[in-house]
Design a protein around this ligand. Sequence first.
Ligand code: ADP
Length: 538
Amino acid sequence: MFGLMQQEELLISGLIDFAEKNHGETEIISRRVEGDVHRSNWAQVAKRSRQIANALHAMDLEVGARIATIAWNGYRHLELYFGVSGTARVLHTINPRLHPDQLAWIVNHAEDQVLCFDLSFLPLVKAIHTHTPTVKHWIALCDEDQLPKDTGIEGLQCYESWIGQHTDHYEWPMFDENTASSLCYTSGTTGHPKGVLYSHRSTLLHAFGSALPDVMNMSARDSVLPVVPMFHVNAWGLPYSAAMVGAKLVFPGPALDGKSVYELIEQEKVTFAAGVPTVWQMLLSHMLPLKAQFSSLKRTVIGGSACPPAMIEAFKSEYNVEVLHAWGMTELSPLGTLCSLKNKHNLLSPEEQMKIRLKQGRSFFGVLLKILDDQGQPQRHDGKSYGDLYAKGSWVIKKYFKEKDSALIDGWFPTGDVATIDEDGYMQVVDRTKDVIKSGGEWISSIDIENIAVSHPHVAMAACIGIPDPKWDERPIVVVVKKPNTALSKEELLAFYEGKTAKWQIPDDVIFVDAIPIGATGKILKTKLREELIQPQH
Ligand code: ADP
């Protein structure tokens, strides 16, 4: 017997309709490529996304056509999020930090037909436009008077004129909620990138889940700063969850340096921010010497790579900002776990609470996790036994775009992470499977070694990699960037490890460098470090 309730398809157009009707005046603020701060609101975003829908219709693009963006976080990008997906076409967000060859490969693989880009990416677009035959329309996200002449890009149009020719009268179509809505390629540290094709249903369920109080705790009282880019995993779904709850959005554009981010937080009274650890490192480095404080920021979600304990501690003790450690990946839309405490933890001392906060957190309703050993045997949830982490759920990938085979093993997605899960369901990433250091049959977590290094007052950034060793197979070394104007020797840092980890886990060597290579999604590029530092074995 079926229930007798209505079935509304879960569509992205429903989000923007809702935001317009219920939170129309709530602001959408963007620092633009031009440098100024632009003010819009949900009503404006809704109106202009309907103009996009009409503009796409006039281009005669079929349902399911891919419309690509190479753009920073800003209001025009947000309008495309709703305008493209709302018409049952697919928004393909591209990471501009990729190599142009890889970028062209992705455009060709996705068979993008329209490519919208911020003017700061004009050189990139010039480099690829003759290698991407499927793209029929090039659109610069700017005003007509900013459109550069003689770019050599045939038919280049400006966004404002493109949508300006069309009315905002448009009825969003109704269709199956399993229809594809957006496409994002994983950075592909090995081999070609792979496309993750989200659906309207997966996107809305992820937005419901991620807005929950124990997850991102999003509400209409929030002013949200997504530092995490809209060109990678839909800015952790924040554009959708913000529309769902009617939150104010504050977009940083290309200015991600500590000073710009700090000023924006203060000017727009940001209450909640989200980003990868490297961005927060820049922010804290800017604030520390100025003894600056936050007047509105209450909490920040940090994820994408392990958040060093020293950073959680600094946010809490120096700035009274709660850090919510989160774990996820492109294939999970991206949120898998977030670390918020339970009722029984209220009585714990701050030190005991901190031990929990360092973990990547609990899964929330909608995501299932399990850990298996090499033989595929389930591991105990005791916080110590570790194994390969698998995920399952309504916003977890089933198959990569255009791949024949399923991405799953027995119905579960292998994440490529090694993790523990404790009795209360808190998951802790031990390491990326490919980054874990295998020394004498035992495993050393590169994350643990890095965390100890960055807790040293003179260390700004650290990366631990394994180097081949004839006796032990692999041994850890740590690559370190010192804080400016500080002195630190190899011996001092190695002595700092004494008593903080088992003797055999202490790195064999310390290499001081001026900078550590950062990849397209703001994470330390260990593959590059290995290439640079490890001599080929003969
Ligand atoms: P890509 O696959 O393109 O590198 P993702 O952003 O999808 O990019 O990266 C997912 C991976 O990032 C996870 O599998 C995990 O290894 C790592 N990761 C994400 N969040 C955390 C975290 N809080 N702590 C440790 N590692 C993390």
